[in-house]
Design a protein around this ligand. Structure first.
Ligand code: AMP
Ligand code: GLY
Length: 430
């Protein structure tokens, strides 16, 4: 098969790396790809948002399957455009993508189907929202309705912070039209985890659990980022909790979308808070998580290409996912200054020292080739990923590799996976 992967992050490199191992693969393209993907696939300079350009490319090259990594093209309707041309594509259509593209749509959908989530109110009028904020108990969470690259969520401890957040989103329009509507949501307390499922619209397979590290600094301090590291499995998700999440979240979502006439095909990602009252949905995404994919995909023993084709053809009931029992940890190395301003174009050294390591793979995100050098080109630069018998070994391996890689002003968290180790040792912060 000829396959195209759309996107340029660590998640897409992990997808490319996995699909590259398929015996069914003949040729792999990535658009636009990155420095890492360029070493295993042919990268073409078409942006993920250029839907028409991508359709034309796929038709010209007679590509059999297109895999969409990021959310923006999904929400913009790339799957609808491909299906109109009868091209096979892995991902949900524009309607189903509203589960991520509109937080209000997702909350109302969860209400209709009894899926556990925080209480909320939606507003399109800034004055009404302001009046409401004068009546609530704090903390609350204010969210822009639309896509905001993971930055549209503000946790507000008091009225001043909430009014400031409201002004930023609805008046200053820091997230542009994504902030035309907002939700004000109850603030949940607990540990977070991500549960992903692959669906063909009717059948689904659950992926093993994972946990992201969203804050920039150790101990979950500082501003939110796209994700500074992940590990899988996440011990916070016990067998019993996983079953509950499956029955109360994943199954009703797949069933609900189907019954409402918009079957969900692709990856359904539930971001969850494990509260004292059970798991609650914080958000839905409609694609693999980044960096969760980097920690989950290396543990999948199946041929991912086969699974994706089965999902596109409505044959997922023929598949059972098999997992490597080892733990996997992915540590993100970022450009100093991220998630604020940072410099790019820094030469990355030491990658060759890690390639030789057993059970370790470096997924590239913001990298590109400049001549023979690999240089930084984004905020999150690399996801250094290791498998190990047990989480502790995986963590040790990943950080041993991280220490070998150098670039100017490189930054990474030193505590990826530490929370899970504490949990396994029986220590928990309440
Ligand atoms: P989201 O984009 O909705 O996942 O939100 C990003 C992050 O904000 C989540 O991973 C949580 O850490 C936090 N968050 C979102 N909603 C809530 C909530 N209702 N209560 C507490 N934290 C939240
Ligand atoms: N890791 C969070 C996300 O992919 O949205």
């Amino acid at each position: 098969m000829k396959v195209l992967i759309i996107g340029s992050g660590g998640r897409e490199h992990a997808l490319a790396w996995k699909i590259k191992q398929s015996s069914k693969l003949k040729k792999l393209y990535c658009a636009p790809g990155n420095g890492g993907m360029a070493t295993i696939a042919e990268c073409v300079d078409i942006k993920a948002e250029d839907i028409n350009g991508l359709v034309q490319f796929v038709k010209k090259k007679k590509i059999d399957l297109t895999v969409v990594g990021p959310e923006a093209p999904l929400v913009a309707g790339i799957v609808d455009a491909f299906e109109e041309e009868e091209l096979m594509v892995f991902g949900p259509d524009a309607f189903a993508s509203k589960l991520e593209g509109s937080k209000i749509f997702a909350k109302e959908f969860m209400d209709r189907w009894g899926i556990p989530t925080a209480d909320f109110r939606a507003f399109d009028d800034v004055e009404e929202a302001r009046d409401f904020l004068h009546q609530v108990l704090f903390p609350v969470v204010i969210k822009a309705d639309g896509l905001a690259a993971g930055k549209g969520v503000m946790i507000c401890e008091n009225l001043d912070q909430a009014l400031e957040a409201l002004d930023q989103i609805m008046k200053e329009k820091v997230f542009k039209e994504a902030g035309n509507r907002i939700i004000v949501e109850e603030c949940l307390v607990g540990e977070e985890a991500s549960i992903l499922a692959i669906s063909d619209g009717e059948n689904y397979c659950i992926l093993d659990s994972s946990q992201d590290h969203k804050r920039i600094f150790d101990d979950d301090v500082g501003p939110n980022t796209g994700g500074m590291g992940a590990y899988s499995p996440a011990p916070v998700v016990t067998e019993e909790l996983l079953r509950e999440i499956e029955l109360r979240v994943i199954e009703p979502t797949i069933l609900g979308m189907h019954q409402e006439g918009h079957p969900f095909k692709g990856v359904l990602y539930a971001g969850l808070m494990m509260t004292s009252e059970g798991p609650q949905v914080l958000e839905f995404n409609v694609r693999f998580g980044d960096p969760e994919a980097q920690a989950v995909i290396p543990r999948l023993k199946n041929d991912l290409l086969e699974v994706m084709v089965a999902a596109c053809e409505g044959r997922l009931d023929e598949m059972g996912l098999i997992w490597d029992p080892r733990s996997c940890v992915s540590v993100v190395m970022s450009s100093g200054g991220y998630p604020g301003e940072y410099e790019v174009g820094k030469k990355i050294e030491g990658l060759d020292l890690v390639v030789a390591e057993e059970d370790t793979v470096v997924f590239h995100a913001g990298t590109k080739f400049e001549g023979d050098d690999v240089v930084t080109s984004g905020g999150r630069v690399l996801g250094v990923t290791s498998l190990g018998e047990g989480l502790e070994t995986a963590i040790e391996r990943a950080y041993t590799a991280v220490e070998k890689i150098k670039f100017d002003r490189c930054f990474f968290r030193r505590d990826i996976g530490a929370k899970a180790l504490r949990r396994m040792a029986g220590v928990r912060r309440t």
